[in-house]
Design a protein. Sequence first.
Length: 444
Amino acid sequence: YGASMEKIVSLAKRRGFVYPSSEIYGGLSATWDYGPLGVELKKNIQEIWWREMTRLQDNIVGLDAAIMMHPKTWEASGHVENFSDPLVDCKQCKTRFREDKLSAEVIASKKCPECGGELTEPRQFNLMFSTHLGPVADSGSIVYLRPETAQGIFVNFKNVVDTSRVQIPFGIAQIGKAFRNEITTKNFIFRTCEFEQMEMQFFVKPGTDDKWFEYWKEQRMNYYVNQLGVLPENLHFHQHGPDELAHYAKDAYDVEYHYPFGWEEQEGIHNRTDFDLGRHGEYCGKEINYLDPQTNERYIPYVIETSAGLTRSVLVCLMDAYHEETIGEDKQGKPDVRTVLHLHPNVAPIKAAVLPLVKKDGLADLAKDIQKELNLEFNTFYDQSGAIGRRYRRQDEVGTPFCITVDYDSKDNHDVTIRFRDSMEQIRVPREGLAARLKDEMKK
Ligand code: ATP
């Protein structure tokens, strides 16, 4: 049997993946902190994405733009005008809802789904957080926290073209925080007010955009299966209908994940046309276009965007990997159930745990020595306390793919046991070359 949201939230807290933010003060709604294992998992996803989207591509470069941008950015992008959700309140229990997430019956009856009270008329609520830059809080000093990383890429398009020798088709990739004053923020880290995005804007010649759209759709779906290890049956595409398409989009597909609460977006692949570069050109009063060095043609490129949630990817990895498995009977004859995260070794926060069978007789020192060697290659964990079976289970629960057990024979024969998380099989291997051996196993 698999994951429910309650189980994931509980495991995340118990084992140090994700904590409620400011918990000692009772928490702050819809904000979360990433603990020792959560930060490793998030970093791994981030590094895989960066490798796949920049280093292994010969025509994509990186960028890290500021969170606060010139306020005109958001006028040009359409966010000041359009980035809002229809909000309704219950007059009785004061719960807030996004009208577009309510059922047709609720909207028609105007009755609160929580308490039956009367709902207000919808009003548009802009999702951007604003603050003031400088000491005077007047309307001239207003700035927004970016609600997406994409605009940092568009406003730097000319800088990148002029300074990095890229030629169309090429992409600019960025990972960073984004902020949205979301009305409903349930479902743990699925929808939060502060989150992280991994976005890539791919600039192409108009007319070739449909071809590149198909290309990136396929690439991005493959990434979830092959790089993050998400089960293919839990992923599908959802094409935006005419009423869902954003104001800038010609075509849009979402990669959706099958959550316990339904199919929901994980990543958007959008054909943004020449909307963004065209609008920024208009608003800054300077043409933003591209001169094709081969044909001397000048044009505003079209943009294919891939926009993924990093913090939401953490949730997908945890949900998809969680299993409770019955593996025989315990000493009382009851079913022996182990909780295990079948995380892909790419994303597992701890790649190997090093466990001396006992502390004494130099086994702890030997194990620590081995750990030191492995730490040069990847993140490991050392655990010397408790029965070995229980130590294995603790590692299963956080998704560690390999346990390395060091016993008396290790001292004499210079070998160790590798215990595999998924099959629970154990094999004996030489200590020499252990890191390389484990790296090979991770690729299987
Ligand atoms: P929704 O319709 O669910 O509000 P969206 O269509 O506005 O989402 P995009 O603007 O396409 O989302 O954002 C791209 C990606 O950023 C999403 O696929 C998601 O993974 C992530 N994302 C967006 N909003 C949030 C949020 N509030 N919390 C966490 N991740 C988010």
